[in-house]
Design a protein around this ligand. Structure first.
Ligand code: AMP
Ligand code: MG
Length: 486
């Protein structure tokens, strides 16, 4: 690694996982003409050692007028269950590294022009999707869910053709690594076993050092990634987050939420909710995400086969998925229900409630936040909860079980409510909220985006005066649809 650059970004001369062309290539950016700021994440900037109020040099640099030579990497993957062949950083340029809490972080521009991996794409990202990625990254971080971060969005009048003509933007992303399952699949598919080994060794040395001394390090890595992925899926389910495009090229080797496209936080609860309009078969529906997480880990396992050596080793690692997922899901729902002492059948209690929410299409976030205020010994105060559901008798039966369960651990209302308000966010990035920020930003007004990102960064707090951001979607939001187009 070279000496620090004068404005803070380290040159990434070490490149990507010690790999070279054609897997990793230096690619100049195609800068946005006459860029302007859309968003700057001052708290993250400060944590990275950058100014809280950035100067023009940062506007230019993060709009692709880069001083350093960025690099792009090849990857592959399965898209919608089908082998998609070569993909790669078609619109992502990694500028270099900065340090966050002692850990080097990759700084990546998304939308800074074509690369050797762009295929038919234009290398651009539009303002709409860049704002969505920025808000979602920071909302997930606020929820404490592993995710890539977003440092900034810059915009430009440059037209970009999607379903309609939109304008270009660049989101600056930050993560310890953007390595995907698809990187491993790329090397395995082409029989580049030497590169596969170097990538694996790099990931183990850098991120999973405890696997280095295992009898079969690649199997230990797979087992560790399986654990992280299973836990990530449980966190998504618990907060009602649907990713929308869980292709293996969008799966992080670090278990981070990665590549925000047609994602959605559920409003009305529906087990079969499909957030991505392009996903006509519902492959990535809410209730499919956990099994797709496993499927993707299995694809990673196939890619690692040459290093693991036998199928039994792969299977053994994959067998860790279901128990890890169920344990993490139970833990997450215990917290959501305010159950401090683990007892048998706790998940059954949670799933009973989910069925009620599903039948009523009740607002997921709103219901759980309201549940925080339940009075253990006073069913007469249940009105605000019952009114959210169609079958009130069914709710009463469930609430009876819940109250018995609370009594079994001697749960006290005040303590439980406080704990539950740390597990059930008041604010999530509902689609219509992102849309409000986008509409204003298109008119050159960025205050909505700024306020919304501040609220979402602390989603468990009450934020007096900001309650409007917790409201259920208005009627006009019914026509919103998100697709792969970004
Ligand atoms: P995604 O669906 O965004 O995860 O992207 C899948 C693949 O398509 C990745 O290799 C991306 O780099 C590439 N890609 C998506 N959009 C574009 C674009 N506008 N220009 C170039 N490549 C793109
Ligand atoms: Mg992607």
């Amino acid at each position: 690694m070279n000496a620090p650059h004068e404005t803070g970004i380290l040159q990434a001369s070490a490149g990507f996982a010690g790999l070279e062309a054609p897997h990793v290539v230096a690619v100049p950016t195609d800068p946005l003409p006459q860029p302007h700021w859309v968003a700057w994440n001052a708290p993250l900037a400060q944590a990275l050692g950058l100014p809280s109020v950035p100067g023009d040099e940062w506007l230019l640099r993060l709009s692709g007028h880069a001083a350093e030579t960025p690099w792009c990497s090849a990857y592959a993957g399965h898209q919608f269950g089908v082998w998609a062949g070569p993909l790669g950083d078609g619109r992502a340029h990694t500028l270099g590294l900065l340090t966050l809490a002692g850990q080097p972080q990759e700084i990546q521009l998304k939308g800074a022009g074509r690369t050797p991996f762009s295929r038919m794409g234009d290398g651009r990202a539009v303002l709409r999707s860049s704002i969505r990625e920025y808000l979602a990254s920071e909302a997930m971080a606020g929820l404490g869910i592993p995710t890539t971060r977003a440092l900034a969005v810059t915009g430009s009048a440059l037209p970009v053709q999607r379903e309609t003509v939109e304008t270009a933007a660049i989101v600056t992303r930050v993560a310890e690594s953007f390595i995907r399952f698809g990187h491993f699949e790329h090397f395995a598919h082409h029989g580049h076993h030497d590169a596969l080994r170097r990538l694996t060794d790099h990931v183990i040395a850098r991120f999973y050092p405890e696997c280095a001394t295992a009898p079969v390090p690649a199997q230990a890595l797979l087992a560790a990634v399986v654990q992280r992925t299973a836990r990530l899926m449980a966190r998504w389910q618990a907060v009602g987050f649907c990713h929308g495009v869980m292709n293996t090229d969008n799966m992080s080797i670090l278990g981070l939420t990665l590549d925000y496209g047609p994602f959605g936080f559920m409003d009305a609860f529906d087990f079969h909710h499909v957030c991505n309009h392009s996903d006509s078969h519902g492959r990535y529906a809410y209730d499919q995400q956990p099994s797709i997480g496993w499927w993707n880990c299995a694809a990673l396992g196939s890619a690692l086969m040459p290093l693991i050596g036998d199928e039994a080793g792969v299977r053994e690692a994959l067998d860790g998925y279901a128990p890890a997922f169920q344990a993490a899901l139970t833990e997450a729902f215990r917290a959501k229900l305010g159950l401090a002492v683990p007892m048998e059948h706790d998940y059954r209690l949670a799933s009973g409630l989910l069925s009620l929410l599903h039948e009523s299409h009740a607002d997921y976030t709103g219901f759980f936040r309201a549940l925080c205020s339940l009075r253990r010994d006073d069913p007469a105060t249940d009105g605000p909860l019952r009114d959210r559901l169609l079958d009130r008798q069914a709710f009463d039966r469930w609430a009876g079980d819940y109250r018995a369960r609370l009594a079994a651990e001697n749960s006290r209302d005040g303590e439980r409510a406080a704990a539950m308000r740390q597990a059930n966010p008041k604010y999530v990035l509902r689609n219509y909220l992102a849309e409000l920020a986008i509409r204003d930003a298109r008119e050159g007004r960025f205050a909505t985006l700024e306020t919304l990102s501040r609220v979402l960064a602390a989603p468990f707090d009450e934020h007096p005066g900001q309650e409007a951001w917790a409201e259920e979607p208005p009627a006009w939001a019914g026509t919103l649809s998100v697709s792969c187009s970004s």
